[in-house]
Ligand binder design. Structure first.
Ligand code: SAM
Length: 219
């Protein structure tokens, strides 16, 4: 008997992330004050996947498992480009950034976002913010672009709920500029598997050179 044709499931966007048209172009968008000069219609603002690895992961229809309203821990928040979009659709959003200069802009992004909590902390020492971040967060988003990206994810696993998701962007050149990205990604995946089950990976090449997007859950 012929098997029924398998229809691939399209991953859905989280509630609070929609497609809107800006300047005649269909774009991902969240509802909030603009942060980085992105187009806005006064209510919705475009989410630029070329400026955001998570935006790229959503454009590539990776199955993030995020439905909207989740508690989020964001590692490597920089000046708030991506984490501001996360705070637009998520619940309480803790944003860790260790560099003072971008953190100042992050504070500005947080002004109109009561659910966004900037933390001037080093993501390699989670014990320094464990008293602030609630345990059992639903999603960790990580984009630190420094050496030891898998280790950072493993160190912060303690905050993640058992059924939570890690959405990780790995920059190959931050680990080792001399190695082939594919070899770097293989090592990161192996190290990550100490504490996570990897559900999906996708090269973000269309938007970010030599980056891998990873969706994982705690083991
Ligand atoms: N995620 C940002 C966005 O999409 O808007 C861009 C992040 S940028 C690629 C990486 C950021 O991670 C930098 O601002 C850097 O200072 C920060 N970072 C790197 N290592 C870190 C660490 N150990 N703790 C906290 N922040 C870190």
């Amino acid at each position: 008997m012929p098997r029924p044709t398998e229809v691939p499931t399209m991953s859905e966007l989280p509630a609070g992330v929609e497609r809107h048209t800006f300047d005649g172009t269909d774009r991902l968008a969240t509802r909030g004050e603009p942060v980085y000069g992105e187009p806005t219609d006064g209510e919705w603002r475009a989410w630029n996947p070329n400026r955001s690895k998570l935006g790229a992961m959503l454009e590539l229809e990776m199955d993030t498992g995020v439905t909207g309203g989740e508690t989020a821990l964001y590692l490597g928040a920089a000046s708030g480009t991506t984490v501001s979009h996360v705070a637009d659709f998520a619940g309480p959003t803790y944003a860790v950034e260790f560099a003072a200069r971008p953190a100042r802009d992050l504070l500005d992004a947080a002004e109109s976002r009561p659910r966004l909590f900037p933390l001037l902390k080093d993501a390699r020492t989670p014990e320094t913010y464990a008293h602030v971040v609630e345990s059992d967060v639903d999603v960790i988003v990580q984009d630190v672009a420094t050496r030891g990206q898998a280790r950072v994810a493993l160190e912060n696993r303690r905050f993640l709920a058992d059924d939570g998701r890690l959405l990780l962007a790995v920059k190959a050149r931050s680990e080792d500029v001399t190695r082939e990205p594919a070899a770097v990604f293989a090592d990161v995946r192996e190290e990550l598997s100490e504490g996570y089950e990897i559900l999906e990976t996708e090269r973000l090449e269309a938007y970010h050179a030599d980056h891998l997007g990873i969706v994982a859950r705690p083991r």
